[in-house]
Design a protein around this ligand. Structure first.
Ligand code: COA
Length: 185
């Protein structure tokens, strides 16, 4: 069982549980059409962000299969990103991670730096065997994060779903615990 209550520090960032005061920061990027472009949700309203922050604030533990952790990525007191880790299977030791970064902070490696901590929690603390990440085939930013982390492209699904009214495809990336250890992050 994993509890992430104390902030997780990286070179430049602090990953911590969400709090009510983060609503305006979250709205600043989750309301933007370019952020929602390849996500299943539409740009979020302020009310939706408030509800989301309240829900995410509770997501700090991995106690059983099906649980997920969602952390606010804090840069000098402002939330610029969120990262998540879902425990998909206890028997098969599988997980999935995700990340969403404010466009004003893109291009500096922050998403990669924060997402690496989700892999670290999954592999080193939870003992997962394999962690996956999925993205739209057109989402080069997301694919770039997963490639920089050293994940393998395992599959490219073509027109596998109707996404926002049109046929969309998916890239499936994965990393094994042994590959994580070999990458020596
Ligand atoms: C996906 C997303 C997080 C990628 O953002 P990003 O800024 O490209 O990713 P990073 O923060 O890791 O930055 C990487 C870029 O910074 C550069 N960079 C600069 N300094 C760096 C450093 N110290 N370390 C690593 N990369 C660095 C990299 O070269 C890379 O640039 P490039 O793509 O031109 O090669 C962002 O586009 C996003 O949030 N999109 C909307 C939500 C979304 O689609 N989420 C994913 C759902 S699957």
């Amino acid at each position: 069982m994993i509890d992430v209550v104390a902030p997780v520090k990286t070179d430049r960032l602090s990953l911590r549980p969400f709090a009510e005061r983060d609503v305006a920061d979250v709205f600043a990027f989750e309301s933007l059409p370019e952020v929602a472009r390849y996500l299943y949700n539409e740009p979020r309203t302020s009310e939706e962000c408030a509800a989301l922050v309240a829900e995410r604030a509770e997501r700090t533990s991995l106690r059983a299969e099906g649980d997920s952790v969602v952390l606010a990525v804090d840069l000098h007191g402002t939330v610029i990103d969120h990262v998540s880790l879902a425990w998909l299977s206890e028997q098969h030791r599988q997980g999935a991670f995700g990340f969403v970064l404010h466009p004003g902070h893109q291009g500096r490696g922050y998403a990669t730096e924060a997402a690496a901590e989700m892999l670290r929690i999954g592999f080193d603390r939870l003992g997962l065997h394999r962690i996956i990440g999925r993205c739209d085939t057109r989402n080069t930013g997301s694919a770039g994060v997963m490639e920089r982390l050293g994940m393998r492209l395992e599959a490219r699904f073509v027109e596998s779903e109707i996404f926002k009214g049109e046929w969309g495809g998916e890239l499936h990336y994965a990393m094994l615990a042994a590959e994580w250890r070999a990458s020596a992050r």
